[in-house]
Every structure is written in structure tokens, then in C-alpha cells.
Design a protein around this ligand. Structure first.
Ligand code: ADP
Ligand code: MG
Length: 339
């Protein structure tokens, strides 16, 4: 029988990878914001139109890219963030897969302006469906602007699957909250259809929460602080009386990365045992810092799940830390829930 196996052309491989990384406009927002953070930006501007379906732009004042790097950044597995497998266990960046830009460029019209500190002039590069359309020298400030237009222009099935602009905007806001909560010292500006939605000055965790969710949240917050050999925990939980039927604000960050963890969530909820009704959900903003060698973040392309070396110890520490914080703030257990 004749040989039948062939290597997929790059643009096909990129489109397949994009299926994993880019579910909707909010996924693009996440990847671009994280790249801006990894570039050391101090100010990041996010501009979207129609829930990101027609335009997503992220402008940063980070390190920028040389003309060669600008081209290379759209190749698959092209990254400046890791060099060898061991680096995966000493990660200090959001990115490491080198797949986001290649994936996004495979399914959208992308335009990049970028310039490094040293270079006199910058690079303006256009790429559509994995094909570089043009690359020119341009005058642009230090940093990078990524413009992503017409998401899924070449995948009608995915484009038609997108929800209304309103729904897509809500997903983008959620992503924006997660990223900006994790990086309170960076200032963020967010515009939707020309209107300013958020203007977040550089601040600390507490102030960032207030700037995102409004001044009323101040009275709800109980600080959490614990340092052990395994983990440092900081942040806030909401007072039990503010627990709601709807899930509301529940955020875990591990080493400045938003993650989902039903297991750790359970640890928090169980610390509220007897303080809130079963059907209500406690709010929390919890920042965990652990040794990067003790976690594996490379288990899902979107990097929102983590494998911990010692999950059980973490669970126990988290639960007792939350209990301690609740106790310190004189929140008396009350079985009279009808008040
Ligand atoms: P990863 O972030 O996993 O490295 P990406 O595809 O997101 O992969 O980006 C590829 C590379 O392009 C990055 O490693 C980085 O060197 C460069 N890059 C991407 N975005 C920016 C940016 N906003 N500023 C500077 N460099 C960037
Ligand atoms: Mg990236």
C-alpha cells in the first residue's frame, strides 16, 4: 500500500490549534492582555466593538518587538518565554505555549504595530488567515498595539455560533475582571463602542476590587492573610451575611493567574459551614502564591486549570485560614437565617 500520511500545512495546523485556544472574542482578549502583561506593560488599553466580533484592540507600553520578532511571533511554537522543558516548572510569565498569536492570526484579520526602546522606527504588520499581507516600517510609540478584526471570518460555523454583542461583551468583561484583578499595579482602560467602561488606576488588590465592583463592596470585605511554607494566602472574603443565591464574585488566583478549582472552592465553602444557608454562595477574592515548581499549569490550552503537587495540604490550609479570618472579624455563627 502507498504511504498516506502527510504533514498538515501550517495554516491548517494553526486553524486546528485555534479551535482549542479561541472559543470566542473573550479568549482573544485574555491572550492579548496576558501578552501585554508579559511584555512588562504599566498601562494597557483595551478597545472593542460589537462584543469583540468586529474589533478587539490591545495597546500596551511594554518592551515591544524587533522587526524580525514581529514576524516570528505569529509562527506556531514561537515564544520568548521558555527555552527548555524544565522552564515549565519555573514559570513567571502568563504565556509559554507560543500558540496564541499563530492561532488568532489563523482565524482573523490581525494588524500589529510594535516598537522596542532601542529601535528608531517600528514595525507595522498585517496578517490574515496565517498569511502575512504586508510588513512596513512605521512611526509608533514604544510598545505594541494588536488589532484583531473579523474573528472567525474563514470559519462560518464558528462565526455563526457567536452570541449577541451583549453576551460576548459580558464574557469579555469577566475576562477583563480576572486579568485586572490579578495585576492591580498595572493601569487598565477599557472602551466598548467608543464608551469608557473601566478606567482602573495603578493600585493594590483592595482598591482594584473597589474600582471594578463599586464602593459598596468595601463594607463586605474581610481580609485574609496567611503565610505557611507551602503557600501564602492573601485577599478577601465577603462577610457571610452578603452571601447570595447567585454565584457572584468568586475568584482564585495562583501566582497571579486566575484559575478554576472546584476542589479549592469546596474548601472555602466548607469554611462558611453554619454561617450561610446551603443554597447561598460566599464571595471571595483569594490570591495564592506557591512555588512554581509545585504546580503544573500545562494541563489545558487555556491555562485556567492547575495541578498542585499537594492538593490536600492546600485544602486544609485554605479552609482553616478562611475560618480564622471569619472568626477574627467577630462574625458570630447564627442559625437564625430569616433575619
Ligand atoms: P506566548 O505568550 O505563549 O509566548 P504568543 O503567541 O502569545 O505566545 O506570543 C508569541 C511571542 O510574541 C511572545 O513570546 C512574545 O515574545 C511576543 N509578543 C506577543 N505579544 C507581545 C506584546 N504585546 N509585546 C511584546 N511581545 C509580544
Ligand atoms: Mg501569549
Amino acid at each position: 500500500m502507498a504511504d498516506i500520511i502527510k504533514l498538515l500545512p501550517d495554516h491548517v495546523a494553526n486553524q486546528i490549534a485555534a479551535g482549542e485556544v479561541v472559543q470566542r472574542p473573550a479568549s482573544v482578549v485574555k491572550e492579548l492582555l496576558e501578552n501585554a502583561i508579559d511584555a512588562g506593560a504599566t498601562t494597557i488599553k483595551l478597545v472593542i466593538k460589537e462584543g469583540g466580533k468586529t474589533l478587539i484592540q490591545v495597546i500596551d507600553d511594554g518592551v515591544g518587538m524587533s522587526a524580525t520578532d514581529a514576524r516570528l511571533s505569529f509562527e506556531r511554537h514561537a515564544t520568548s518565554k521558555i527555552q527548555k522543558a524544565e522552564d515549565l516548572f519555573n514559570l513567571h510569565t502568563k504565556g509559554f505555549r507560543g500558540e496564541a498569536l499563530a492561532s488568532i492570526a489563523a482565524i482573523a484579520h490581525v494588524e500589529m504595530h510594535t516598537k522596542t526602546e532601542e529601535d528608531e522606527v517600528g514595525t507595522h504588520l498585517k496578517i490574515e488567515g496565517s498569511t502575512i499581507v504586508s510588513q512596513e516600517v512605521t512611526v509608533t510609540p514604544k510598545g505594541t498595539s494588536m488589532m484583531v478584526k473579523n474573528l472567525f471570518f474563514n470559519i462560518p460555523a464558528r462565526r455563526n455560533f457567536l452570541k449577541s454583542s451583549q453576551v460576548e461583551l459580558r464574557h469579555i468583561i469577566e475576562e477583563f475582571q480576572r486579568v485586572s484583578l490579578a495585576h492591580a499595579s498595572i493601569s487598565f482602560h477599557f472602551y466598548n463602542n467608543g464608551n469608557e467602561l473601566f478606567n482602573l488606576p495603578s493600585s493594590n488588590h483592595r482598591q482594584r476590587i473597589v474600582n471594578l465592583f463599586g464602593g459598596k463592596i468595601k463594607e463586605k470585605l474581610v481580609p485574609v492573610d496567611e503565610e505557611t511554607q507551602v503557600v501564602t494566602i492573601s485577599g478577601f472574603i465577603n462577610k457571610p451575611e452578603y452571601a447570595k443565591k447567585s454565584r457572584g464574585e468568586q475568584f482564585f488566583f495562583v501566582n497571579d493567574r486566575f484559575i478554576r478549582s472546584p476542589y479549592l472552592h469546596h474548601a472555602v465553602v466548607s469554611a462558611f459551614d453554619g454561617l450561610i444557608k446551603k443554597e447561598n454562595h460566599p464571595g471571595y477574592f483569594l490570591y495564592l502564591t506557591v512555588d512554581p515548581a509545585s504546580i503544573d499549569i500545562n494541563i489545558h490550552p487555556t491555562k485556567t486549570e492547575i495541578k498542585f503537587d499537594d492538593e490536600h495540604t492546600l485544602y486544609a490550609i485554605l479552609r482553616s485560614t478562611i475560618k480564622h479570618s471569619l472568626g477574627q472579624f467577630n462574625v458570630m455563627p447564627s442559625l437564625d437565617f430569616d433575619k
